[in-house]
Design a protein around this ligand. Sequence first.
Ligand code: SDX
Length: 403
Amino acid sequence: DKGLRVSDKGFLNTAVIQSEITYIDGEAGVLRYRGYPIEELAVKSSFLESAYLLIYGSLPTSEQFRIFETEVLHHSIVHSEAEDFFGSFRYDAHPMAMLTSAFAYLGSYYSEANPSLQGQTLFTKGNAASLANMDKQIFRLIGKATTLAAMAYRVRQGRDFVTPPTGLSYTGSFLYQMDHLGEENYVPHPVLVKALDVLFLLHADHELNASCTTVLQTGSSLVDPYSAIAAGCASLYGPLHGGANEAVIRMLISIGSPANVPAFIEAVKKREKVLSGFGHRVYKTTDPRSYIIRKTADEVFKITGTDELLQTAMALHDAAMKDEYFTKRRLYPNVDFCSGLIYRAMGFPMDFFPVLFAVPRVVGWLAHWRQMMLQEGGVKIWRPRQIYVGSGKREYVPMAERA
Ligand code: SDX
């Protein structure tokens, strides 16, 4: 085991790839997609345009975007057999568990995406047919992410699935599928569509977070991208990662009111509670996304009315920002601190919030997966080593002779 050394716990400060996709400066609170600052994209771009940017590396021309949007929306339809699949879950199944399994299920439809069946040369650079096939899988996964999420939502509510009308944007189509209650000519509220589109854009990618690493680790064995995305969903589901937006709301409800914030802060300092929505492996200042989310929340509250949890959230935010227990550990608000307040104001159930993180993050996972599949020299399977610290050689002792 010459020269092996264990990376710090949890890959702390460990780089495993070089990437051209997303840049983060954790000290300065900078986030850029292919060099474009997130603050500018959030105002001037749309989720789907930024999706194209993340995956293909440049902002699309109007013709490139028209084709991309058409393909993604065209592929958003899911085979009607999937209705039985969703119907097989128990009434109270967590929608992230449903979404995770739905992506793997979806992969069973597309053998042309499966390198095991197509030979190891699938998705190789310079081969036009395989690049076109890769693009089709990418269109399918982005398009179907919204439909699978909407199916998980509607089956839980005992409502039939609906197909959105043409002419709506990617996010508008999703909101239509989520909120359509059967009224004629329903159109989702434009302010809510815009707010969700900004949230989707902010959640699209974040370099090598736990779930993106999972997608690349899984994809490095040349499994199909549907299975790799399912693995990414499983990782994102955890409360330390994408599940934190749900955990924040549960935390705010348990605190109850601003008056109870000091006691909660003390419990956190005694390590009896975790302050969900605070802290980050990379950001050692406020997550730049959280400023934009906070502003977006005010736009949404103008339509939906404010949320009584907002006062508690703001009291908690202010108390933590002034307390040296948090500032000394450089614990500041992250992307999950306020996003749940918006989803809740828009009427989504709490356990659905991680799904609203996963849907846009499929884009970032695919951008990194494509970058890996097309890397110079082809894909190397990710197989780290360990430092063995267990027992030396031992002889087997029959059970009857064991003490
Ligand atoms: C996301 O990686 C990404 O980019 C993720 C993400 C993305 O877009 O993909 O940005 C999305 O997942 C955001 C993070 C959402 N998770 C939460 O909000 C859960 C609460 N946060 C913590 O669990 C924690 O901050 C992590 C998991 C986010 C980061 O953990 P680290 O980097 O391993 O830090 P750590 O656990 O080593 O903490 C350092 C110190 C410790 O104290 P000491 O033992 O040194 O005294 O800070 C403390 C921790 O106990 N600490 C917290 C805390 N987070 C860290 N104490 C109280 N509340 C917290 N939230």
